[in-house]
Design a protein around this ligand. Structure first.
Ligand code: AHG
Ligand code: MN
Ligand code: MN
Length: 342
């Protein structure tokens, strides 16, 4: 056997594999005082993502598609997999010493796991366990979105400990259960992309320091709302269609934001008749996505002159308007919206 070839082949293959676990530990080493608490939380999210990915891909086979027959706190029909994904995340994060509080789209109240009497730095994790769940039955893209905040020692317990601006996030990311299972993660120094390799059961780093294209003639929103949009948004759509823009809309925020991060363009959920403050939730949809978009060089606005990350939350389930994507494309939208809101 020609050992040189086999050695060079295997060393090339092995040399290039950086798993999410390895990446997290490498980042941890860059913070000498780090206790590993934060790394453990990210690993709980990684394990949860693998379990949810397996559940999503076997949904039709195990008859866990369709509605759970309940409404969630949002007044929306819960899908069975919303409940399954939520249980997985609550259980895995609940087992991590470093998690003080978790909050989920599917739970009215936050779950207080641990107080902070011992002075240890603990974290709050907020998540949308299954985003775009209405896509499940048609095998469309769905995802999980997560946001990690510090538990400020001595702050009052419960919901108020969570009501921090998006700027305070220490990490944010999503997992897209699409043609492959992809995790996009930022811990505040750029955006890194991982793909789940089922043959080794690990998320493998495929792109470090991802930056999004500055422009792309693609806009993304639910055009079914067009006639009830504020005038400025209708003017933007007319401008875009007169300037050769294409429209793309997955109907799951994770899928639409993933396309914008990789190809550029703009995604928006403006105020509509049904959702006058916007439909998307600030704490566990807009804020984590806004952190990723800004870390990748884009912009994320709640309104003209109002960065999403600077919105002061008043409730964990509050909704917000979202316009995010390539800086130039967001500016085009704001230019049309601002005069009418001025
Ligand atoms: P979720 O399934 O977590 O409730 O989120 C659905 C959200 C978001 O994923 C998507 O961008 C938006 O709802 C789509 O809303 P419309 O169906 O009104 O377009
Ligand atoms: Mn969602
Ligand atoms: Mn959801």
């Amino acid at each position: 056997m020609n050992t040189a070839t086999s050695t060079s082949h295997s060393s090339v293959a092995l040399r290039d594999i950086v798993t999410l676990q390895g990446h997290i530990l490498h980042q941890q080493k860059r913070h000498p005082g780090a206790s590993g608490t934060f790394s453990w939380i990210l690993s709980a999210i990684s394990i949860s993502a693998k379990m949810i990915s397996a559940a999503v891909r076997r949904a039709r086979l195990e008859d866990v598609l369709g509605s759970a027959g309940e409404q969630n706190v949002q007044g929306e029909q819960q899908q069975k997999l919303d409940v399954i994904a939520n249980e997985i995340l609550l259980r895995l994060l609940g087992g991590r010493e470093g998690v003080a509080i978790v909050a989920s789209e599917e739970n009215e109240e936050p779950v207080i796991l641990r107080a902070d009497e011992d002075g240890e730095q603990r974290y709050c994790v907020l998540f949308d366990p299954l985003d775009g769940s209405s896509n499940l039955d048609i095998c469309g893209s769905v995802g999980t979105i997560f946001s990690i905040l510090r538990r400020v020692p001595g702050s009052p317990s419960g919901e108020s400990a969570l009501l921090q601006r998006g700027l305070e996030q220490v990490a944010a990311g999503y997992v897209l259960y699409g043609s492959s299972t992809v995790m996009m993660l930022t811990i505040g120094n750029g955006v890194d992309m991982f793909v789940l390799d089922p043959s080794i059961g690990a998320f493998v780093l495929v792109q470090k320091g991802l930056t999004m294209p500055a422009r792309n003639k693609v806009y993304s929103l639910n055009e079914g709302n067009r006639l009830t949009l504020p005038e400025g948004y209708q003017k933007y759509l007319h401008w875009a269609q007169s300037n050769g823009y294409s429209s793309r809309y997955v109907g799951a925020m994770v899928g639409d934001v993933h396309r914008v991060l990789l190809q550029g363009g703009v995604f928006m959920y403006p105020p509509t008749k049904k959702a006058p403050k916007g439909k998307l939730r600030l704490m566990y949809e807009a804020n984590p996505m806004a952190m990723l978009i800004e870390q990748a060089g884009g912009k994320a606005m709640a309104a003209p002159g109002q960065r999403i990350l600077e919105v002061q939350p008043e409730g964990i389930h509050q909704r917000t308007c979202v316009v995010l994507g390539s800086a130039e494309e967001v500016d085009h939208v704001m230019a049309q919206v601002a005069p009418s809101e001025g």
